[in-house]
Design a protein around this ligand. Structure first.
Ligand code: CMC
Length: 433
């Protein structure tokens, strides 16, 4: 389905007037199409942080930040969280529809068959210090896959593309788990074809050769849930990075590798690690949440309430609602009492009643409670953003695929307004200063 032209908008600059088409999508969101603006007027637009700029049309994910709606390919996130699993959701995002039984079986087999990495790649991990952050390792390893599978450079070959997508989804958990094992100084645990995607990940993360690892179905279930909730979020920073890098016709592995690096930042996926650091600090300092709320409001302090606020959601993040419920359930089931959960709840309760947060429409986001679940699952702090990356992978792939298949794709190349020195002569070094 394409966006349709529904009206025109008039723009007057000096005594020149231009008519700009207004396009509308299937959920009635409208945009002024300025693609001819520079040609017709010599003006460009400027929009710091792309607060008002749509970079593309997309049929993958719909979100309404005012109403707190999130749907993948039209299906509400609440239904997917309750009824689907991560692999099925990945298929839905990438290929547009829920798989039939046959498609699901083929897709699962593809992901199972390709989960090992080339043995030579294991040696790459040796070069990293044990303190290396797994996000840096993950990004480098994913980029390195392009050396082993150069066919990926031909995205127009559908069969090769499907195989490459399968390989990427299959190998990412293995690489993520190996990065973790490297940081722990433990031997790598190979994937097991008898296990489901999430159980295999848990097994590769937590099994050791010295004893049998008993898988817990509840943990598999909650991991599926977390990955589903992270699977796509339309044109966020990392997805836009994947699209921008891919728009130069860089291969899928290179584009995803760049997306991982964008996700690493504390204002994006890195926030889940920062939330836990913040909750831990509050706990160690006596649990005085009022003090930290006051700091978050103080414009002289650089402190922000991590896990709060969102560029698009100006109402509750629907993913945070689901995660909060899961958090209570998981902790209860495992029998853990985590004081950090109590602090998180206190912060939330306070912030939701506070004029500063109400006025700015700041609500808990997906990262606010996810870390508490990761902690309960035994996942170490520096792996939280890696878990986010594993979840976001199908979304990145879906956007890369949609972009490469669209006839409207052009290399991403924004303009700027230059504010530097105007022309001046070169000064020889002995005449400077
Ligand atoms: N704590 C305190 N004040 C905040 C916060 C916060 N977490 N977030 C925004 N504000 C204030 C901000 O200071 C500004 O106030 P004022 O209008 O007085 O200048 C106002 O709210 C608007 O904030 P903004 O920074 O202009 O909003 P943005 O859309 O550029 O930023 C954000 C969105 C998510 C980067 C920001 O809310 C933030 O830094 N949150 C904390 C980090 C975080 O949790 N990130 C994860 C985002 S969700 C998952 C993901 O996308 O990866």
């Amino acid at each position: 389905m394409e966006a349709t032209t529904t009206a025109t908008a008039s723009l007057k600059i000096g005594d020149k007037s231009v008519e700009l088409p207004v396009i509308t999508g299937t959920e009635n969101e409208s945009a002024i199409d300025i693609s001819q603006l520079r040609k017709e007027t010599s003006y460009v637009t400027i929009d710091h942080g792309f607060m008002n700029t749509g970079s593309c049309t997309s049929a993958i994910t719909f979100l309404d930040g005012e109403k707190g709606i999130l749907r993948y390919r039209g299906i509400p996130i609440e239904q997917l969280a309750e009824k689907s699993n991560f692999i099925e959701t990945a298929y839905l995002l990438i290929y547009g529809n829920l798989p039939t039984r046959d498609e699901m079986a083929k897709f699962s087999t593809l992901l199972t068959r390709h989960s090992m990495i080339h043995e030579d790649m294991k040696r790459f991990f040796d070069g990293y210090p044990s303190t290396a952050h797994p996000m840096g390792m993950l990004s480098s390893m994913i980029c390195s896959l392009s050396s082993y599978y150069p066919q990926v450079l031909e995205p127009q070959n559908k069969e090769q593309m499907d195989l490459t997508i399968g390989r990427l989804l299959a190998k990412m958990p293995t690489i993520a788990a190996f990065s973790y094992k490297k940081s722990m100084g433990q031997p790598f645990i190979y994937p097991l074809n008898s296990l489901s995607y999430c159980s295999n990940l848990l097994h590769m993360l937590f099994a050791v050769p010295a004893e049998e690892y008993i898988l817990d179905e509840d943990l598999d279930h909650v991991l599926n849930l977390l990955l589903i909730l992270h699977a796509d979020h339309e044109q966020n920073c990392s997805t836009s990075t994947v699209r921008l890098v891919g728009s130069s016709q860089a291969n899928l592995f290179a584009s995803i590798s760049a997306g991982i690096l964008a996700l690493w930042g504390p204002l994006h996926g890195g926030a889940n690690q920062e939330v836990m650091n913040m909750l831990q600090t509050i706990h160690e300092n006596g649990g005085d949440t009022d003090k930290y709320i006051a700091m978050a409001k103080d414009k002289k302090s650089s402190f922000r309430l991590m896990g709060f606020g969102h560029r698009v959601y100006k109402n509750f993040d629907p993913r945070a609602k689901i995660i909060k419920r899961a958090c209570d359930k998981v902790l209860h089931k495992i029998g853990i009492h985590d004081p950090l959960l109590e602090i998180a709840k206190k912060l939330e309760e306070h912030a939701l009643k506070d004029e500063y947060f109400i006025e700015r429409k700041l609500y808990p986001n997906v990262d606010f409670y996810s870390g508490i679940i990761y902690k309960a699952l035994g996942i170490p702090l520096n792996m939280y953003t890696v878990m986010f990356a594993l979840g976001r992978l199908p979304g990145w792939i879906a956007h890369w695929k949609e972009m490469t298949e669209s006839p409207n794709t052009k290399i991403g190349r924004p303009r700027q307004i230059y504010t530097g020195e105007t022309i001046r002569d070169y000064t020889p070094i002995d005449k400077r200063g």
